[in-house]
Design a protein around this ligand. Structure first.
Ligand code: AMP
Length: 218
């Protein structure tokens, strides 16, 4: 896939690197030449110095043939305008903009742009961690019919198998387990350990049933 990343800062440089490592043709833009110094030495994408608000820069970066554009400057206004130009003028199918200010998110929505909001996401995750919530919502699929959770097995949760976590069929699936920083896809017969991060996709009923199972086995 041909992807343009706008803004080679903390987020843009990481996105560009990931996309490049996963086999995409990446072209990255920043108005400041020194910004590219942040790129990892094995990044071999195309580097374009220039202001993304200029169509000359966007064309030089290959926007006329791009499959996707990720816009990651630190300005909501720039991310919004460049997102609009990419979608409306150059008909790029997949445009994702970075959103900082929660007040701006409505504008992105009005213009039909997909956003990544580090502020909202970070605030929710921090609140969950501060409150020591064992069930963390990671992602909602579709209109929220199925959610993706990370569930941390409590200290008291000893000697239970993956199969013990399955409530009614069709309501929950165990996707992976992360133990001491390493992830694996578990078998139903695997034993879970306290502190395991279990990733599940579940309906509302499935996650409520899982809460009960975990509380009952405390
Ligand atoms: P950061 O806040 O670390 O994610 O960095 C944001 C990056 O976006 C910086 O390197 C800025 O130079 C870059 N940037 C900001 N405005 C523009 C623009 N109009 N065109 C291209 N790059 C920009």
């Amino acid at each position: 896939m041909k992807v343009i990343v706008i803004g080679c800062g903390r987020l843009g440089s990481e996105v560009a690197y990931l996309l490049y490592k996963h086999g995409n043709e990446v072209s990255i833009v920043d108005k400041c030449k020194s910004a590219f110094e942040i790129l990892k030495p094995d990044f071999k994408g195309i580097i374009n110095e220039g202001d993304a608000l200029s169509q000359e820069t966007l064309k030089r970066a290959g926007i006329e043939n791009a499959d996707a554009v990720a816009i990651a400057t630190s300005s909501d206004a720039i991310n919004l305008v460049v997102g609009r130009i990419a979608a409306e003028v150059y008909h790029v199918k997949n445009v994702v903009s970075r959103n900082f200010e929660p007040n701006f998110s409505e504008l992105f929505e009005i213009f039909g742009l997909e956003v990544i909001s580090g502020t909202n996401w970070g605030a929710s995750r921090m609140e969950e961690m501060i409150l020591n919530e064992k069930f963390r919502l990671m992602y909602s699929a579709g209109s929220g019919e199925v959610d993706y959770y990370e569930v941390i097995m409590p200290e008291t949760f000893v000697g239970n198998l993956v199969s013990d976590l399955h409530p009614q069929p069709g309501s929950l699936a165990i996707v992976s387990v992360t133990r001491l920083g390493r992830s694996f896809i578990p078998a139903l017969s695997d034993e879970l350990e306290p502190g395991d991060h279990v990733h599940v996709s579940a309906t509302h009923e499935g996650i409520e049933a899982l809460r009960k199972i975990i509380n009952l086995r405390k």
